[in-house]
Ligand binder design. Structure first.
Ligand code: FPP
Length: 248
């Protein structure tokens, strides 16, 4: 089935966020080690980024490594970091060819030196790209981000640079890692899990959620387009009534 041609370009989400889940189970089903699942997950990352750019999505945020993922066995964490370095190194040309800018959110200071260096190079090389921004959430958790934001705001209140009465939604947005991006309108999670797992808690306040049973390495361009079509069929009410929305 080809869903791409059914998509209405007038009703595209600007920003799609994805929890890429199920790599471990995918590998287990094949009698392989978990890292085999992550390695195959890279193909789905490439396909999804291409699919998003092709239809005109402006921001794609992928949850690649959570703060909690540091608690996985050391061997898996090391393998994931090695995979990340190799992938960034290999895919920078593809990003440039597709005019895609790479950025990151999260506590990237905690990543190994080699990872930070590879990321910094790719970010620098692609900073002029305009078609889409690919945001990798790395060593990211929403509670970490919100705590950080609150600490920075509190510091400014203490030194008189911010008045308590000035604290509103816009100000809090400014203190989050995502300050340069619009909030995602659509969040996709693969592998049949129906959880948000500490991902963009503030930013997903009004997002539509799309869950699929597909395990991440099996997630294809067409699966992405199917999610976009599902999103386009929904009525986004933002707390208003259906009648108010249709009269707008
Ligand atoms: C979740 O599956 C996936 C991850 C924690 C890592 C995601 C990493 C990749 C897709 C590969 C590298 C990414 C980039 C951006 C280069 P899981 O391990 O939690 O699967 P399970 O729930 O079946 O155990």
């Amino acid at each position: 089935m080809n869903f791409k041609h059914e998509i209405n370009p007038e009703k595209l989400p600007q920003h799609v966020a994805i929890i890429m889940d199920g790599n471990g189970r995918w590998a287990k089903q094949k009698g392989k080690l978990r890292i085999f699942g992550h390695q195959n997950g890279v193909t789905a990352v490439r396909d999804t980024a291409e699919a998003a750019a092709e239809i005109g999505v402006k921001y794609l945020t992928l949850y690649a490594f959570s703060t909690e993922n540091w608690n996985r066995p050391k061997i898996e964490v090391e393998a994931l970091m090695t995979l990340l370095v190799a992938t960034i190194n290999k895919e920078t040309t593809t990003l440039l060819k597709n005019d895609i800018k790479l950025e990151t959110i999260g506590d990237t200071e905690s990543l190994p030196e080699k990872c930070r260096k590879e990321l910094a190079e790719a970010i620098e090389k692609t900073k002029h790209c305009k078609r889409m921004t690919l945001v990798l959430a790395l060593s990211y958790s929403s509670k970490w981000e919100i705590i950080n934001g609150f600490k920075n705001i509190a510091e400014k209140v203490k030194t008189g640079k911010i008045n308590v009465d000035d604290i509103d939604e816009n100000l809090i947005d400014e203190y989050l890692c995502t300050k340069n991006y619009p909030d995602p309108e659509l969040m996709i999670r693969t592998s049949g899990e129906h959880r948000i797992s500490n991902f963009l808690l503030w930013q997903l306040a009004y997002a539509e959620f799309y869950f699929t049973e597909k395990l991440w390495p099996d997630f294809s361009k067409d699966d992405f387009y199917q999610a976009i079509l599902d999103y386009q069929k929904r009525e986004r009410r933002f707390g208003k009534t259906s009648e108010q929305i249709s009269n707008q």
